[in-house]
Design a protein around this ligand. Structure first.
Ligand code: FE2
Length: 217
């Protein structure tokens, strides 16, 4: 039987909600001890020579055991709980700020959908300032971070400066993420990532709370 603590390589299904969830689940158990690869059917797999590998949900033949993981407290959690974890964090965010006097909170959508995707950045990888036009609230869960070398490499930066609006005098907020951090912010806020020089992957799951106009605001 495979000893879970010996695993140092995780292959998970790319562009797939179950894949995202399983990558997160694996990280909860293994953290930075493992490397993570998003793969699709028909794609050349990564070189796993001398690696102890687990392959997360591909296709439909997944049994109940494969759909669970053990968190750092020894508790068994199902992958699908990732969605409820995100929703719980969103609701906590709203409860914390709901009495603020701003339209962002006063017009909070009563019905919404959740969109999520994974982001893998490699050496020198970064994202330019952008917003998420279809979202109301956005967030990131960090599965694997990179060394900052005391230069904020791999950090996420929030500002009012980007392609949609610009205020050079406005302050910037920088967050240097740790593995496991969940960062939540208005989708209309410009954000970018700082390029990093480490020869490793920076892996995260991003998500948007998208108002569901069919269900009403
Ligand atoms: Fe983004």
């Amino acid at each position: 039987m495979l000893e879970s603590s010996s695993v140092n390589c995780v292959i998970y299904h790319a562009d797939c909600t179950d894949g995202f969830g399983s990558a997160y689940a694996a990280w909860k158990l293994l953290g930075n001890r493992a490397e993570y690869h998003a793969c699709k059917h028909g794609q050349t797999p990564p070189d796993v020579k001398d690696k102890v590998v687990i392959i997360q949900p591909f296709g439909r033949g997944i049994n109940h055991v494969d759909n669970t993981f053990v968190d750092s407290t020894g508790r068994s959690i199902e992958y699908k709980d990732l969605k409820s974890i995100i929703i719980t964090e969103i609701e906590s965010y709203y409860l914390k700020f709901k009495n603020e006097n701003c339209s962002f909170l006063k017009r909070w959508p009563s019905k919404y959908d959740l969109a999520a995707w994974h982001v893998i950045l490699k050496k020198q990888g970064h994202q330019n300032p952008h917003i998420h036009p279809s979202g109301w609230l956005s967030g990131v869960i960090y599965l694997k971070v990179v060394p900052s070398f005391k230069k904020n490499e791999g950090a996420i930066e929030f500002s009012l400066n980007g392609e949609k609006y610009y205020d050079a005098e406005s302050p910037k907020v920088l967050h240097l993420p740790k593995t496991g951090d969940i960062v939540i912010f208005p989708s209309s806020l410009h954000h970018r990532t700082i390029p990093f020089s480490a020869d490793t992957d920076r892996i995260s799951i991003a998500f948007d709370l998208v108002p569901n106009l069919k269900k009403g605001l």
